[in-house]
Design a protein around this ligand. Structure first.
Ligand code: NAD
Length: 480
């Protein structure tokens, strides 16, 4: 193993693994962000064992101790937001502005759960039987396995790790292979903030080996996963086999409905932001733009004009609007879907070509299809890139029907001046999160996050709703 490779954290010790992961900048493939130790099966076993052994004492730890760790981690992340944001931008490829904003969001999530530690509560109720008291309390679940994707390398780990700590669980964290640097920084900060040995463990490596080893260990009592639907299904099966709690956040195929009475300028901004910012690599991205007839032509023209002004380049360049695609595999997937869209008969109105820049990166011009239909694969399958398709519809009723015509249900947006249609859409869109006159992507950190249908499974993440997954409920009866 390279002597410079950043190690994994197991039982409070930084340990070398068996092999190395090279972290490559997608804006500049000659730039190696760092090298990271790949955990062996033995390391995973040791990490789970350490988390298991540390669980009883950590469960008894005081809320002040947990508060202080979370508060200190939030403070350090906030203080280092420029440095961490830069690193995030280099390893994931979102623009520096987006990366710093994500880092700030991670800091605030730690702050939020620091506060939640001090607000833990239960209930005391009378029994239906005389002279008996009933108490309902929440306790930790035990060892939580955390498996995360590459597209939000600070925010997603933060919104899983912070509540796990807040509610007294121990953690084995397996980040995505493409973004080991942000994961390492977060774990290093928590380690130094005072997490006792074994309470937080980091195991970097591929999902098929390291992730699977974690799923196969019966000492893991709950798994919080974010990633693709295919992996999510595998995670769910393993969790059922071990009868453990599971929380899955998976893909999206989010609709943005634009009605004739929408403010055109705002609708275009919502579409461009939702579809193409963060290179379209957000589970909440709008990939289906469902537009009614009277505004259709003006909307398409305004989108095309706006897209021509988008700067696709190095994520660290302050002029860049859209950074590179995360890696060669994802670029290939995006291009493949652009070909599929063409073959299916949709019109590629603008973009969709790879472009060369001064540095060698995975640059793709955002692509917009028109004349697409709900049945086409580009409107049914998650592409996870800067590719959006417009579906023309007659009226609101057809727009709602098309919006719901998907196996996914994460977010849904509508741009309209009509209170009646906005209200009806909020009630009837089959999605966990609904946006009115806002992009489908971009959410607060203190309220629940999650979807319906094939997008999510299990309890919601974030805000106070996170307690549902990260705690177990006990009902105690006392006859004094
Ligand atoms: P992925 O499913 O390929 O990987 C996610 C994680 O699972 C990675 O850490 C990976 O190493 C691990 N993994 C893979 N195989 C495994 C196995 N057999 N056992 C255990 N772990 C395994 O997803 P990705 O490409 O990293 O991320 C993109 C996907 O994430 C998209 O589908 C996107 O929609 C989804 N996503 C969803 C949300 C949400 O909240 N709904 C948020 C962000 C991303």
């Amino acid at each position: 193993m390279s002597p410079d490779a950043k190690p994994n954290l197991v039982a409070g010790q930084w340990i070398a693994g068996e092999g190395v992961i090279a972290d490559i900048n997608p804006s500049d493939t000659n730039d190696i962000v760092g090298t990271f130790a790949r955990a062996s099966a033995h390391d995973v076993e040791q990490a789970v064992g350490a988390a298991h052994d540390a669980a009883p004492a950590w469960a008894r730890s005081g809320i002040q101790e947990r508060h202080d760790v979370l508060e200190s981690a939030g403070r350090e992340i906030m203080a280092r937001r420029e440095e961490i944001g830069r690193l995030l931008s280099r390893e994931e490829g979102k623009t520096l502005g987006e990366a710093v904003a994500e880092t700030i969001r991670a800091a605030r999530i730690f702050d939020f759960f620091a506060g939640e530690c001090l607000r833990l509560s239960g209930e005391k109720l009378p029994s239906v039987r005389p002279d008996i008291d009933v108490e309902i309390s929440r306790g930790p679940v035990g060892v939580v396995g955390i498996i995360t994707p590459w597209n939000f390398p600070m925010a997603i780990p933060a919104w899983k790790i912070a509540p796990a700590i807040c509610y007294g669980n121990t953690i084995v964290f397996k980040p995505a292979e493409l973004v080991p640097a942000c994961a390492w920084i977060m774990v290093d900060i928590l380690h130094r903030a005072g997490m006792p040995p074994g309470t937080i463990n980091l195991v970097n490596g591929p999902g098929s080996a390291v992730g699977q080893a974690l799923l196969d260990d019966p000492r893991i009592k709950a798994v919080s996963f974010t990633g693709s639907q295919a992996t999510g299904a595998r995670v769910a099966e393993a969790c059922v086999r071990h009868m453990r709690k599971v929380q899955l956040e998976m893909g999206g195929k989010n609709p943005l409905v634009v009605l004739d009475d929408a403010d055109l300028e705002n609708a275009v901004e919502c579409a461009i932001d939702g579809s193409f910012f963060s290179t379209g690599q957000r589970c909440t991205a709008s990939s289906r733009l469902i537009v009614t007839e009277a505004i259709h032509t003006r909307f398409v023209e305004a989108c095309v004009e706006r897209m021509r002004r988008l700067v696709v380049d190095d994520a660290l360049d302050s002029r860049t609007d859209v950074g590179p695609v995360v890696d060669a595999n994802q670029l290939h997937q995006d291009q493949n879907y652009i070909d599929i869209g063409r073959r299916e008969g949709a019109t590629l109105r603008t973009g969709g070509e790879t472009v060369n820049r001064s540095k060698s990166g995975f640059y793709l011009e955002p692509a917009l299809f028109t004349d697409s239909t709900s049945e086409m694969r580009i409107n049914r399958e998650e592409i996870f890139g800067p590719v959006a398709a417009i579906i023309r519809v007659r009226d609101y009723d057809e727009a709602l029907q098309v919006a719901n015509d998907t196996p996914f249900g994460l977010t849904a947006g509508i741009c309209t001046g009509s209170l009646k249609h906005a209200t009806h859409f909020k009630r009837n869109a089959e999605a966990g999160m609904v946006m009115v006159n806002l992009p489908t992507a971009g959410v607060d950190y203190h309220v629940p996050f999650g979807g319906t249908k094939g997008s999510s499974y299990g309890p919601r993440e974030q805000g106070r709703y996170a307690a549902e997954f990260h705690t177990t409920v006990k009902t105690a009866y006392t006859k004094p």
